[in-house]
Design a protein around this ligand. Structure first.
Ligand code: KG4
Ligand code: ZN
Length: 346
């Protein structure tokens, strides 16, 4: 099935054309430069940029794929979770296209798209059996049990900040700019990850937070880590002006985030004895995390499926491919589709 996908849930405007799992085009316009001066995503700026860029990106995605409007079998769009006013731009455009082209419209959950991005690599992972998947982005940190495309169960999630958010906030404290994940990764090069022993566990005050029936030891917490960095810097004025000290702190902070993630993967594997493990989402682009996942897989004798780097951060290919694989909800009538900013994955 040839699907045109639209993704506008946050600060990337993206359109893709896929044939099943084959990506024909995946045009991503990142709004980073527009949000950078504010140190984070400004919703009003994001939605306006989506409106301005989407028409050109649609045309470019079709041109790159060598496809015409009439060649499309379906339209897919992210309807949530995400920023309401950003989601709205993609959803309105997708509805208009579906009506004009008289093609079915599929609503795809953004997190289901991230999960499916695992299957977009050249070496398709062992998706059979039972997988333990770490979904790590700027807004979400979840540990999932995946038995099939529609058999997904939440094992654990963050009780406060998401992993990407922890990196973004850490980078802000270190004056490294936005987005923080790539900035910390760059700065961490040549740094000593053992220089500072940052906490890996639950932050203070998380005992009282409800886990909604999830095992607390499979949940994440990054607020304590962020506070530890804040105190570390407060006690060492001028640290960020010393390039080597900055590299060491960045490397140690990144290591603490990655270790906290791997610790839960390890625990879940011990309990569930899965047949494969996987990782997706913006933070899965991090080389430190990718290497540690691979090393863990080797030591546990489990095949590892990590989304290809270009499909880790937000993109429309994962949305279109997820719809082609049957992971979307067919919207009938098309006019009924609304945004769902807090849509849960499962
Ligand atoms: O999946 P994504 O593009 O958007 C959301 O759905 O949230 O993830 C964005 C997050 C940001 O927090 C960003 O700092 C992080 O992914 N990120 C990274 C890297 N590239 C992006 N984190 C660590 N290392 C990277 N190379
Ligand atoms: Zn995302």
């Amino acid at each position: 099935m040839r699907v045109l996908g639209i993704e506008t849930s946050c600060d990337e405007t993206s359109v893709a054309v896929v044939d099943g799992r084959t990506v024909r085009s995946n045009v991503v316009y990142s709004q980073i430069a527009q949000h950078e001066p504010w140190g984070g995503v400004v919703p009003e700026i994001a939605s306006r940029a989506h409106v301005e860029r989407l028409p050109d990106i649609l045309t470019e995605a079709l041109r790159t794929a060598g496809a015409g409007w009439g060649d499309l079998d379906a339209i897919a769009v992210t309807h949530g979770p995400g920023l309401a006013t950003s989601l709205l731009v993609g959803v309105v455009a997708a509805k208009a296209l579906a009506v004009r082209l008289d093609r079915p419209l599929y609503a795809v959950n953004h997190l289901a798209g991230h999960l499916y991005s695992i299957f977009l690599g050249p070496d398709v992972p062992a998706g059979e059996g039972e997988g333990v998947v770490l979904l790590v982005s700027g807004g979400h940190t979840s540990l999932l049990r995946v038995r099939g495309p529609r058999d997904i169960r939440m094992l654990g999630e963050t009780l406060d900040d998401a992993a990407g958010e922890a990196l973004d906030k850490g980078a802000k404290l270190l004056k490294l700019g936005y987005p923080g994940g790539p900035a910390i990764e760059r700065t961490a090069q040549g740094g000593n990850p053992a220089a500072v022993r940052f906490p890996r566990g639950m932050g203070p005050g998380t005992e009282g937070i409800e886990t909604g029936g999830l095992g607390r030891d499979l949940c994440f917490s990054f607020s304590g880590l962020k506070t530890a960095l804040l105190y570390h810097l407060r006690d060492r004025p001028g640290l960020t002006d010393d390039p080597q000290a900055l590299r060491d702190v960045a490397a140690s902070y990144q290591e603490a985030v990655v270790d906290a993630l791997l610790e839960r993967v390890d625990r879940a594997c011990e309990r569930l004895r899965p047949t494969w493990i996987g990782c997706a989402g913006g933070v899965a682009r991090n080389r430190g995390l990718r290497e540690k996942m691979a090393a863990f897989g080797r030591s546990a004798g489990l095949p590892v499926a990590v989304a290809p780097p270009e499909f880790c951060t937000d993109n429309a290919a994962m949305i279109a491919a997820a719809a082609a694989a049957g992971l979307g909800r067919k919207v009938v009538p098309v006019a009924n589709l609304d945004v769902e900013p807090s849509a849960p994955l499962c």
